[in-house]
Design a protein around this ligand. Structure first.
Ligand code: DGL
Length: 277
């Protein structure tokens, strides 16, 4: 009796998820699909976005503070729903905090398995593409394939400004994607969690025969595996809740989340701690 009460105390805790902005919600939708009864706490670090052009120390500091905030709120696991933050900070966070921390990386490996001609485009931030972790990923898997990288300037900011705004982002996508497509790629990796929101525009520019790899579903499955392994899976039957925090004034983020998720939500201000938000 006592051990099942204790167990429930842990399994009923929420899962913390964060990103520099609303990109991580493209991962949340996959998590929700396979873990419907988990409570989710989501942090958007919008005041410090984009991470992709910041130096490592800045990202280490931000992600450490956000992880501390989530742990103070009792989370049982953390998902870094951001490729850039994972590339820079996942090792540090796993050393600093004793709970399952699930990160993500561009889906180079599945892209190589799937590509017919071995020509793959990776769409990601400057920070992800320039990281040692990405270089290691290429060294481990890219032998025999050609990887064409595209540091997508301004895409994250455009999505944060306009959501999926089809017309406003189409030219931005076309300008930067065309030189990649001209090299003959047959597969595109979405190496930033914001980019699934541009998928319609990417398909419009690249054409329907292009294969698109999004790692969101794999991250959701990895989270579920870790929860099962650690006996942390929620045992509740009721649908889980979602709560949001944002480091910038929350209004714009609330509007964006409502637009993307199609339902009302409350976004709280991320409390400031110490000198920085
Ligand atoms: N969603 C983040 C990622 O996956 C965007 C990073 C940024 O803020 O530049 O990399």
């Amino acid at each position: 009796m006592r051990s099942s009460v204790l167990r429930h105390k842990y399994t009923s805790r929420p899962i913390g998820i964060f990103d520099s902005g609303i990109g991580g919600l493209s991962v949340v939708r996959h998590i929700r699909r396979i873990l419907p009864s988990e409570d989710l706490l989501y942090v958007s670090d919008r005041a410090h976005l984009p991470y992709g052009t910041k130096d490592s120390q800045y990202i280490l500091d931000r992600t450490h503070r956000i992880a501390e905030f989530l742990i103070q709120r009792g989370v049982k696991a953390i998902v870094i729903a951001c490729n850039t933050a994972t590339a820079v900070a996942v090792h540090h966070l796993r050393k600093a905090f004793q709970l399952p921390i699930i990160g993500m990386e561009p889906g180079v490996k599945p892209a190589i398995l799937q590509s017919r001609n071995g020509l793959i485009g990776v769409l990601a931030t400057e920070g992800t593409l320039g990281s040692g972790k990405f270089q290691t990923l290429l060294n481990q898997h890219a032998d025999g394939s050609e990887i064409i990288i595209c540091p997508c300037h301004g895409w994250v900011e455009a999505i944060e400004r306009d959501g999926m705004a089809y017309r406003k982002t189409l030219e931005l996508v076309r300008r930067q994607l065309t030189p990649v497509l001209e090299q003959g790629v047959d597969t595109l990796v979405l190496g930033c969690t914001h980019f699934p929101y541009l998928e319609e525009n990417i398909l419009k520019v690249a054409g329907p025969s292009i294969a698109i790899i999004d790692t969101g579903p794999a991250v959701a499955k990895q989270l579920r595996r870790r929860l099962v392994d650690e006996n942390l899976l929620s045992t509740d039957d009721a649908p889980g809740s979602e709560r949001f925090w944002c480091s910038a004034p929350p209004e714009q983020t609330r509007k964006l989340i409502e637009k993307l998720q199609g339902q009302p939500c409350v976004v709280n201000s991320l409390p400031t701690h110490g000198k920085s938000v």
